[in-house]
Ligand binder design. Structure first.
Ligand SMILES: Cc1cc2nc3c(=O)[nH]c(=O)nc-3n(C[C@H](O)[C@H](O)[C@H](O)COP(=O)(O)OP(=O)(O)OC[C@H]3O[C@@H](n4cnc5c(N)ncnc54)[C@H](O)[C@@H]3O)c2cc1C
Length: 336
């Protein structure tokens, strides 16, 4: 409660054992919350980030743990962002990779993309909002200096953690729940897409998505054994699954879903300042103080925008204030 413990070599499973947590408490409380929130196994999670989830989501206030579930497909959410930018005079080029960034003879930077129809883009400032592996891949196409070598060395220490989504379409409703957390099975979360997203409703049938975070055990498995396992486990919770006809199924393995929030991670996360003047880093992996989440990604964008304004001599802050503490937690202010 008083604050977040420092990021040390200790992993959270070790911490739980050290604090006398029973296997049942670990399997049925700590694990479902943290493996989903941080997309990593307990024995690979930093104590600092595990504490952050519990302090910021559970203890801080009754509102801080609220979770949003989209009622429209994610592509529609992203589409809205593109429209927002275009309405404000921005150009958005989809499916266009940055291939190199070089100093411009007139000052600033020249960014070259893989699209021959787009001429090199001159700019005073560049924000690279890439994943860590994409940043590592682009690094050789940027000017080399001691800072870029240090960034390269840090990027090489990031690791991935996978997420697997199992999509099942049945000929009937198998549950009237919108979503559920499933204990003691490989499958962890059930989202009833037909109920949560009206666009997925069709006739008598139903569409469920099962999510498995930190799904290393599923990565080497073939599609059909994963579907068989999911159906067998799902039927333990929803017996109607055994009678229902499976119309269609899809397995989506995101092997590089997020970076691993392993112990000592903070030692390798860079700030939004980059090794090149006028170029700034964003992405959920930079030093936001947050784990690999949309909140972390959003904060990284605000931090990079602030760094750009500072670089232009007119500093502004964009980060939204943290949620206020409520109740007893007002006695324990956040420490930087
Ligand atoms: C299956 C799955 C489920 C998740 N669930 C949740 C969740 O429930 N809640 C949550 O908070 N977070 C969740 N996350 C994590 C969340 O999606 C990430 O933390 C977030 O998207 C990171 O955003 P970002 O902008 O840092 O990076 P990204 O979203 O990875 O964006 C980087 C972009 O850079 C582009 N790019 C790469 N190379 C280049 C190049 N050379 N030139 C131009 N562009 C390039 C990529 O195409 C990509 O669009 C989930 C992730 C996955 C994979």
């Amino acid at each position: 409660m008083p604050g977040l413990p420092p990021d040390t070599v200790e992993n959270f499973l070790h911490w739980l054992h050290r604090h006398g947590q029973t296997e049942r408490a670990i399997d049925r409380f700590w694990k479902p919350v943290l493996v989903s929130a941080l997309n990593e196994d307990l024995d690979r999670i930093s104590v600092h980030y595990a504490a952050k989830v519990f302090r910021e989501s559970f203890l801080l206030s009754p509102q801080s743990g609220r979770m949003g579930i989209p009622s429209i497909p994610l592509s529609e959410l992203y589409g809205a962002a593109t429209g927002y930018l275009r309405d404000r005079g921005s150009e958005v080029s989809l499916r266009t990779s940055v291939e190199s960034i070089a100093p411009s003879p007139n000052g600033g930077w020249l960014t070259t993309t893989g699209n021959p129809e787009i001429p090199a883009i001159p700019s005073d400032a560049v924000i690279l909002a890439l994943s860590f592996e994409a940043m590592a891949a682009l690094l050789p196409a940027l000017p080399q200096n001691p800072g870029s070598q240090a960034l390269d060395a840090n990027l090489a220490q990031f690791e991935h953690s996978p997420i697997t989504g199992i999509h099942l379409w049945f000929d009937r409703e198998v549950t009237d729940l919108d979503h559920a957390v499933l204990l003691d099975t490989t499958i962890q979360w059930m989202f009833n897409k037909s109920r949560l997203q009206p666009t997925h409703r069709s006739g008598e049938g139903s569409y469920l998505e099962l999510v498995v975070s930190a799904s290393r055990s599923l990565v080497p498995m073939q599609r059909q054994p994963i579907i068989d396992l999911a159906l067998q486990e799902l039927a333990q919770f929803f017996p109607a699954v055994a009678q229902a006809k499976l119309l269609k199924a899809a397995v989506v393995k995101e092997v590089r879903a997020t970076y691993s929030v392993r112990p000592l991670l903070d030692q390798i996360r860079p700030s939004s300042a980059s090794p090149w003047p006028g170029i700034f880093l964003a992405g959920d992996w930079i030093a936001t103080g947050w784990p690999a989440t949309m909140e972390g990604a959003t904060r990284s964008g605000y931090l990079a925008a602030s760094a750009v304004t500072s670089g232009l001599g007119a500093p502004r802050t964009f980060l939204a204030p943290e949620l206020p503490a409520a109740g007893l937690m007002r006695l324990f202010p956040r420490r930087p």
